[in-house]
Design a protein around this ligand. Structure first.
Ligand code: AMP
Ligand code: MG
Length: 518
């Protein structure tokens, strides 16, 4: 296996001089060198061929012993030095101090076809940042990250990617619901990739420690390697950098809103500086449309990271990043202007996104009202978001409107006269609004089907793959992986996945309830 290794991160940024792998506060450094843990019986369960191709790894090579050893941390690629990154973060609204890569180890950086990729193992053992935990990951959460990050990529949502999913061969002890019932589970390792894994928390940690020198070094590195179009480091380019991060953050969150993805833990340590979706933990997909829903039981009380609050939380996090960058800019006003612009851009872009979901290319002043009425209606009785929007592209006229969409309702008995009336009224308005559009039905359908996915990784689907995998059956991982490569296509042979959540999954751990413990 020949890889185009190119180490910008460790060559250009300061390393922790201490090489001991002990848990501690790490200062004056962006990362610590650390070696992945050797595992007893590593086994590669799945490889993303698309990602391997991007990295210049052939299909044959992915079947080799060497590949297996590299992606499970059992061998270190020649002339590379694995490391864990130091970052801090605000968790659930509170400053949490140093966090860092507690269960992620960066193995190397590749430059292939003019693209730079950082390659990281999640679950490869402890680091100086593991705090009270073990640095390991279990199969359940690894399947969820592996499948979802590649699915998001194919949905067109900015995201970190995944190269492989492997078993470590070791057992890991976990208390799934934090209720004093720990049990052993299969340990696993995801090899994930991104142009950068830098998070808001990487910048926050230096600002919190008044370490402006290292803050500047890291920001300058980020500009040079990831935002080269902004020019040389200066107060002006730092501001433009912040502006671009704000835009990318908002755009990614709007993609989440479009496809019904709820991240679950939007702490600043889980916010990518490139605006990528990062750290797939207790995430979930909206089934019945509900702005108040979060799959994360750790957040059950305040529901800070509920679906409808994600755009606000993006802004809250950007405030923390603005504070962190302030020492380099020393002028609050232009930073505030960018932050003030965010809600304005949100209103505008969010409406544009909803117009695309409804199949409008023209603009009408009543669109916002029509969208709000739709969102109210979707919450009258449990209504499946994915099915609703997908079937909407078949809409021809209001008299058939409700009939065609019946399969989106979870319980048809709840479709009372009042609910029916509300929908009738809305469909009449929708039909009228469509008359402003000049496109043919089939043109509109094609465009709508390109923004309203037919297949997403419903919470119960990942759970089925997990339950099979626990029994040693891995076929479903591959089936779902292949299905989710074409989320907007009709795929008649996969029609069974275009279905509402089954009843058994409604209140099941792993399906609608997930915790941060993984
Ligand atoms: P998360 O909620 O997954 O973003 O994790 C928050 C912090 O906890 C990060 O610094 C993680 O690296 C750390 N962490 C989570 N799980 C583990 C684990 N099993 N071992 C070590 N550190 C962990
Ligand atoms: Mg994290």
């Amino acid at each position: 296996m020949k890889l185009q290794i190119k180490n910008t991160f460790i060559n250009e940024l300061p390393a922790d001089p201490i090489l001991e792998n002990t848990r501690r506060q790490v200062e004056n450094a962006v990362y610590s060198f650390v070696s992945p843990k050797k595992t007893s019986h590593p086994e590669v369960l799945h490889v993303s061929k698309e990602m391997a191709f991007e990295l210049g790894i052939s299909e044959e090579e992915t079947r080799s012993e060497f590949f297996k050893n590299i992606v499970t941390g059992n061998e270190i690629f020649p002339k590379t030095q694995p490391f864990a990154m130091c970052y801090a973060g605000h968790q659930f609204g509170n400053w949490a101090g140093q966090l860092g890569d507690g269960r992620a180890i960066n193995i190397f950086e590749i430059e292939q076809n003019s693209k730079n990729w950082k390659v990281q193992l999640k679950g490869a053992g402890e680091t100086p940042y593991s705090r009270t935990a073990d640095g390991l990951a279990v199969l359940r959460s690894s399947i969820r990250e592996y499948l979802c990050s590649e699915a998001m990529f194919h949905l067109g949502v900015p995201t970190t990617r995944a190269l492989s999913l492997s078993l470590s061969g070791d057992q890991v002890l976990r208390d799934v619901m934090y209720d004093g019932n720990p049990a052993y589970e299969k340990g696993a390792i995801v090899c994930r990739t991104a142009p950068s894994f830098l998070r808001f928390g990487n910048y926050e940690i230096f600002a919190a420690r008044n370490d402006v020198k290292n803050l500047k070094t890291l920001v300058d590195y980020t500009l040079k390697n990831h935002f080269p179009h902004l020019g040389r480091p200066s107060k002006k380019s730092y501001l433009q950098f912040f502006k671009e991060v704000a835009t990318r953050t908002l755009d990614t969150i709007l993609h989440w809103q479009r496809v019904g993805f709820v991240h679950g833990v939007m702490n600043t340590d889980n916010m990518s500086i490139l605006g990528l979706t990062i750290d797939y933990g207790p995430y979930g997909w909206l089934e019945d449309f509900d702005f108040g829903w979060t799959p994360n039981t750790t957040d059950r009380q305040h529901k800070r990271y509920r679906y409808g609050n994600q755009p606000n939380m993006g802004l809250w996090n950007l405030y923390q990043l603005a504070n962190a960058l302030y020492p380099l800019i020393e002028d609050a006003k232009p930073l505030e202007e960018i932050l003030t612009q965010y809600p304005i851009d949100f209103e505008h872009k969010s409406l544009q996104m909803m117009r695309s979901k409804l199949g409008f290319v023209t603009i009408d002043t009543n669109d916002l009202k029509l969208v709000q009425e739709l969102e109210d209606n979707l919450q009258l009785i449990p209504t499946d978001m994915t099915i609703f929007f997908r079937l909407l592209s078949d809409f021809k006229n209001h008299s058939l409107g409700l009939k065609n969409l019946e399969s989106a309702f979870y319980n048809i008995d709840e479709l009372t006269e009042t609910v029916t009336m509300r929908w009738q009224t809305w469909f009449e308005k929708y039909e009228q609004r469509l008359q402003m559009e000049s496109r043919s039905h089939s043109e509109r359908k094609q465009q709508m089907d390109g923004v309203n996915p037919k297949y997403v990784l419903r919470n119960y689907m990942a759970q089925l793959a997990i339950e099979d995998a626990d029994k040693g059956e891995y076929a479903l991982i591959d089936n779902l992986f292949e299905l989710l490569k074409k989320p907007y296509a009709d795929q008649p042979k996969n029609h069974k996945w275009f279905a509402k959540r089954p009843d058994w999954a409604h209140e099941k751990i792993g399906c609608s309830m997930l915790s941060c413990s993984s």
